[in-house]
Design a protein around this ligand. Structure first.
Ligand code: KG4
Ligand code: ZN
Length: 346
């Protein structure tokens, strides 16, 4: 794709079949991240500063606090990424930043840093959709190409996406209430686990019996999901112990079994409908051991399954740089404004 440098208007070819080094910045929630990636797949630098410790005190992300912390950290992560990659900014071909969805104050910090770098070094600016970026994490260190079905599971989103090509993605279904990561964090919280509870819940679930409690699976049409009823069922279950010690591991395992089997059923349905032979998982919850295990079981049916390395599942900027290289439906206007909610996958 032809992209214009911001000041001189010089043309640069960016994307598949070109040799490009892209620097990307991600700050949509509580990670300040900068990465440098060659040709969408080779990670030259990957720096992530997590704010989890700050927000754990409050049991959730406080947007204003997060935005201020991004501001304090952004220059440090950019500097560190350049050092890791052993490159000067002028050697970068384009600068990418996350436009949305995410927390507005947080997005503004990273996006403006990416725009500023592009302006100073007279290179193209590429604005990226955070959800496409999560999908692109599957391109890092692999040779994967569309078409495939993507199961996107994060703290804010749960979607089944038909990735027809790098220019055409269709959301087949999504959650009508809580996102999977949100359900994990809420269930973890009501069992007294520290924030963010997803990874801890996953760890405890591995020690428990997944068949100990039968939890209700929401019957939602098509490819949509609902997890708020499940969360309420876990709440009711914990209350039924009436102050007695909770069998936490068994509750975690039963919850995890219910969530993972619901997700995989719909992935299978999407594979059947499209006839695709490839499926990927993306988003912070893609780090989940049972969801990964069930996804990889699909290989027995002749499906090629890909899951990003753990460090590329949760928010990072390498996936943003990869997206800037491969996906053609980016926001390249320097005046593009951040957005908090997803309207389309553009
Ligand atoms: O993609 P992400 O870093 O941020 C968003 O864009 O939302 O996802 C964060 C979410 C949190 O809800 C966290 O609890 C969840 O991913 N998570 C997990 C695991 N690791 C992170 N959930 C279940 N099992 C895990 N192993
Ligand atoms: Zn994310």
């Amino acid at each position: 794709m032809n992209k214009k440098s911001l000041l001189s208007g010089k043309d640069t070819q960016i994307g598949e079949n070109n040799n490009n080094i892209i620097m990307a910045i991600e700050s949509s929630c509580d990670e300040t991240a900068c990465a440098v990636v060659r040709n969408g797949r080779e990670v030259l630098a990957n720096v992530v500063a997590s704010q989890i410790k700050t927000h754990a005190k409050y049991g959730g992300v406080i947007p204003e606090v997060a935005a201020r912390e991004h501001l304090e950290t952004i220059n440090i992560v950019i500097q560190e990424a350049l050092e890791q990659a052993n490159l000067k900014p002028i050697e970068i071909d384009a600068f990418a930043g996350t436009v949305g969805p995410g927390l507005v104050g947080c997005l503004l910090v990273g996006l403006n840093a990416a725009k500023t770098m592009a302006l100073i070094y007279d290179k193209p600016f590429i604005g990226i959709n955070h959800l496409n970026a999560h999908i692109s994490a599957n391109y890092l260190n692999t040779d994967l190409k569309p078409p495939f079905i993507a199961l996107l599971v994060s703290g804010g989103h749960t979607q089944i996406i038909n990735v027809k090509s790098n220019s055409e993605t269709v959301i087949m279904g999504e959650t009508i209430d809580d996102a999977v990561g949100e359900a994990y964090d809420k269930v973890a919280r009501l069992m007294g686990l520290p924030y963010p509870g997803g990874a801890t819940l996953d760890k405890l679930a591995r020690e428990g019996n997944p068949n100990a409690f039968k939890l209700p699976e929401a019957k939602v049409d098509g490819y949509n999901f609902s997890f708020s009823g499940l969360k309420t069922a876990v709440l009711r279950l914990t209350k039924s112990f009436d102050g007695k010690e909770l069998p936490i591991n068994d509750i975690c395992a039963s919850f995890q079994e219910c969530v993972s089997s619901t997700l995989i059923k719909k992935v299978k349905k999407a594979l059947d409908e499209t006839g695709y032979k490839q499926a990927v998982i993306a988003g912070g919850v893609a780090a989940n051991s049972e969801i990964r295990r069930k996804m990889f079981e699909l290989e027995k049916n002749g499906i090629r399954v890909n899951a990003p390395e753990m460090k590329f599942c949760t928010d990072n900027a390498a996936m943003v740089a990869s997206c800037a290289y491969f996906f053609t439906n980016s926001f390249d206007d320097i005046n593009v404004e951040v957005f908090s909610r997803v309207k389309s996958l553009k």
